[in-house]
Design a binder for this molecule. Structure first.
Ligand code: C5P
Length: 240
């Protein structure tokens, strides 16, 4: 985050890390669970910090854990944030956490990315594709992958009500990127959604899908953590 990067049109990234991670069962917030000795959040932030033209990086941490320099806070023991990064407290729902992060962004950013710390292995190229799509004129852009399974819609009794054309479906990931004003307006609407694109879509904006990456999977269960460890080992072997 240099002065040269602070030119108009800069990028802001909000990394949300305030979830409890109860499905991981690790006894600490998911983003702070270690992966080969480093918290998931450390990987996510290290990549986010390399986004070209970054002017603002906000980490949304669990309430009561917003001082990365607090020596008595074990969550931050193995984690150093890049200079200039800001930490704010999240809320009960992901939407609340994103809202808190957006409020702390530098007003100089034109493009805002919202990223799940739990998608800790997301490559930088995915961030770059999302930014390029928004800079290219899309109100929003999200990374997505085609589905391998056929998807069914069901009613409350579990009876199948439809089989959407798989070719038209995408499993979406983060970072999701938007023109800053579009995302702020979507958040002011007060709607709730499981991803940020859904809010922006409901406000009537076109959001495009760019190529995602299998490495951008979300660590949710202990199996996902094992998978992330294997992938890191493989990457280390390839580099050796
Ligand atoms: O719970 P889930 O895996 O969907 O969370 C996705 C991301 O959102 C995680 O990185 C998690 O830390 C974050 N989150 C948050 N605040 C919440 C819930 C989730 O920052 N209240």
């Amino acid at each position: 985050m240099t002065d040269a990067d602070a030119a108009p049109g800069g990028v802001g990234v909000v990394v949300v890390a305030a979830g409890s991670g109860s499905r991981l069962g690790a006894g600490l917030p998911k983003a702070f669970v270690p992966l080969r000795g480093r918290p998931l959040l450390a990987y996510a932030v290290a990549t986010a910090a390399r986004v070209p033209h970054l002017v603002s990086l906000v980490v949304v941490a669990p309430e009561g854990h917003t001082d990365p320099l607090e020596p008595a806070d074990p969550l931050w023991a193995d984690l150093t944030l890049p200079p200039g990064a800001v930490v704010v407290a999240g809320g009960a729902e992901r939407t609340d956490s994103v809202g808190a992060g957006l409020a702390a962004l530098d007003p100089g950013c034109e493009v805002v990315l919202v990223h799940d710390a739990a998608r800790c292995l997301t490559p930088l190229a995915v961030f770059e594709r999302v930014v390029a799509a928004v800079r290219g004129g899309a109100a929003g852009a999200v990374p997505g992958l085609p589905l391998v399974d056929t998807v069914k819609t069901v009613d409350v009794e579990g009876r199948i009500t439809g089989t959407p054309d798989r070719a038209l479906l995408r499993a979406v990931q983060t970072p999701q990127g938007f023109e800053r004003e579009v995302l702020l307006a979507a958040y002011r609407s007060g709607l709730q959604a499981t991803d940020d694109a859904a809010l922006v879509e409901r406000c009537g904006h076109a959001v495009v899908v760019v190529d995602g990456d299998p490495l951008a999977f979300k660590v949710t269960t202990p199996d996902d953590l094992d998978r992330a460890e294997r992938l890191l080992d493989r990457a280390a072997t390839l580099r050796a």
